[in-house]
Design a protein around this ligand. Structure first.
Ligand SMILES: Cc1cc2nc3c(=O)[nH]c(=O)nc-3n(C[C@H](O)[C@H](O)[C@H](O)COP(=O)(O)OP(=O)(O)OC[C@H]3O[C@@H](n4cnc5c(N)ncnc54)[C@H](O)[C@@H]3O)c2cc1C
Length: 468
């Protein structure tokens, strides 16, 4: 009997349905539900334990699996103490991405991230899952410079162009033509991003990394890393001095609502604990040695509180604005549908707010941020506040730049932290960089040696001039 064409297609569809179900079972993360919090014990052994399941931790987990040469060749465990992410930097971030940095390393990391985001489904799509949509809104950053900052802006521009970023410089007249609502008083130069800048939804990016990593076989557990067991041995340096080397053998994970902890035997640990990575490093003894020695150098990362304010967008303003960066304390950002967001924070010379809670200091906005905002954009002289929140920067007190790489004396401890205000956008590149260090023994794609931990001991700052 000859089958009719309709029967044939029905047959194919039912075969596909069976195949999809099978794939679903084979890929544990493909139907991951964010409300289904995993609370099981961690495995007793893992090759690599990642402390912290923010964007950086999950990106690292994803890249480790992507780069493994044999399927299931690397057993990766992500430990996250707060699966609601109520205080994590990632979800409280504004989600901006820009190419306008002064250090080639930062420019390249963000350029790579823009490429990654454009092709995100090729990286993070999962079989049988919805396509990833991180709601990327392309829109340029606008940096403004006074007389004092103009030559630095010009230098940065030359570096950015040299490294391949598409940026233009604007005179005050050109600036006024492009953005008529800006008060150009005191501005002598502006730079504007023409490509690869904008913003995205941080929560969607985090979930996309996580869903993909789980589908590739990464283990995860809800628990808090509270300590480490290490072995140590003394070696003699080239100068003949005794040096104590350590190696982590176990990570202790305290289970939720319990005083019990489960030791996880491991070969490598990645500290991706964001604002808390300084604390986690202390648990391994980082910084506990004599002053002026490598063993005495702390990981200089701590939480610093920064505010975001959402205000209604005045109708008189045009549509093509991303971020305007005028002073360290005023970084407005525009969302076409949501209004105007102002990222306010304390600059270095102001008193830092307490980090014991995530309350918003509205007076800070009124006294410090709003006057500067209204001066630069007079349409904001009257404004309607829609909402506000605070979050913690994973703040590197040494030079406000990422710390990526191995601890020189604890040779199975890696850092992926200290990004300060630019970690979300660097998470794709940072995760890849750490996976390269662990699996290939060195950076393969972007040379990030300038961001190593050693620089803190050597007092050699990785000075990024465009810190936001
Ligand atoms: C208001 C604000 C605006 C920002 N805007 C931008 C921006 O526009 N662009 C940009 O690129 N970046 C921005 N950032 C910075 C960016 O959000 C961070 O650099 C980035 O998210 C850091 O990611 P992470 O994974 O390292 O840290 P997190 O997201 O904080 O993740 C670390 C995780 O580790 C967990 N953890 C900590 N200690 C332990 C432990 N002992 N055991 C187990 N788990 C632990 C924490 O619960 C946390 O979930 C902003 C940040 C803030 C606060």
């Amino acid at each position: 009997m000859v089958r009719k064409q309709d029967d044939f297609f029905q047959g194919v569809e039912s075969e596909f349905a069976k195949f999809r179900e099978k794939m679903k079972d084979a890929l544990p993360g493909s139907d991951w539900n964010p409300l289904n919090i995993h609370s099981g014990l961690p495995p007793e052994r893992a090759d690599i334990v990642i402390v912290g399941g923010g964007a950086v931790g999950w990106s690292t987990a994803y890249w480790l699996k992507k780069k493994e040469r044999v399927r299931d060749g690397v057993r990766v465990l992500v430990v996250e103490k707060d699966p609601t992410y109520s205080k994590s930097s990632t979800v409280l971030s504004i989600g901006g991405i820009r190419q306008q940095f002064s250090m080639p390393e930062n420019i390249h990391m963000s350029m790579y991230s823009a490429f990654f985001l454009r092709n995100i489904n090729e990286y993070l799509g999962v079989a049988n899952g919805d396509p990833v949509d991180v709601q990327f809104n392309p829109s340029g950053y606008l940096f403004l410079a006074s007389e004092d900052g103009a030559s630095t802006m010009e230098e940065n521009y030359q570096t950015q162009r040299h490294e391949g970023a598409k940026v233009e410089l604007l005179s005050p007249e050109e600036l006024k033509n492009k953005f008529p609502w800006i008060n150009t008083e005191g501005i002598v130069l502006a730079s504007y991003g023409l490509e690869n800048e904008g913003w995205l939804d941080p929560w969607s990016l985090l979930n996309a990394f996580r869903r993909k990593a789980l589908s590739m076989g990464v283990y995860h557990c809800h628990g808090e890393v509270t300590g480490f067991s290490c072995s140590s041995r003394e070696l003699v340096s080239a100068e003949g001095d005794p040096v104590m080397y350590k190696r982590i053998s176990h990570v202790n994970v305290r289970m939720p609502y319990s005083l019990e902890y489960q030791p996880v035997e491991c070969a490598v640990v990645v500290n991706a604990a964001g604002p808390w990575s300084g604390e986690v490093a202390e648990m391994v003894g980082v910084g506990s040695g004599p002053p002026q020695t490598m063993a005495g150098v702390k990981l200089p990362v701590e939480p610093k509180k920064r505010y975001s304010h959402s205000v209604a967008l005045p109708l008189s303003m045009g549509k093509d604005l991303g971020f305007v960066l005028d002073t360290p304390a005023v970084n407005p950002k525009r969302f076409p549908d949501a209004g105007f967001w102002v990222k306010g924070g304390h600059s270095d010379n102001e008193e830092e707010p307490e980090v014991t809670d995530l309350e918003v200091d509205h007076k800070f906005f009124e006294d410090k941020v709003w006057p500067k905002l209204a001066f630069r954009i007079p349409a904001f002289e009257s404004l309607k506040m829609k909402s506000a929140w605070a979050g913690y920067y994973d703040y590197n007190t040494f030079d406000q730049n990422a710390i990526l790489g191995m601890h020189p004396l604890i040779n199975n401890l890696f850092f992926a932290t200290g990004f300060s205000g630019h970690g979300l956008q660097q998470s794709p590149a940072a995760g890849r960089a750490i996976a390269e260090l662990i699996l290939d023994g060195g950076f393969q794609t972007i040379d990030l040696n300038a961001l190593s931990f050693e620089r803190v001991y050597l007092e050699k700052k990785a000075l990024e001039k465009n810190i936001v």
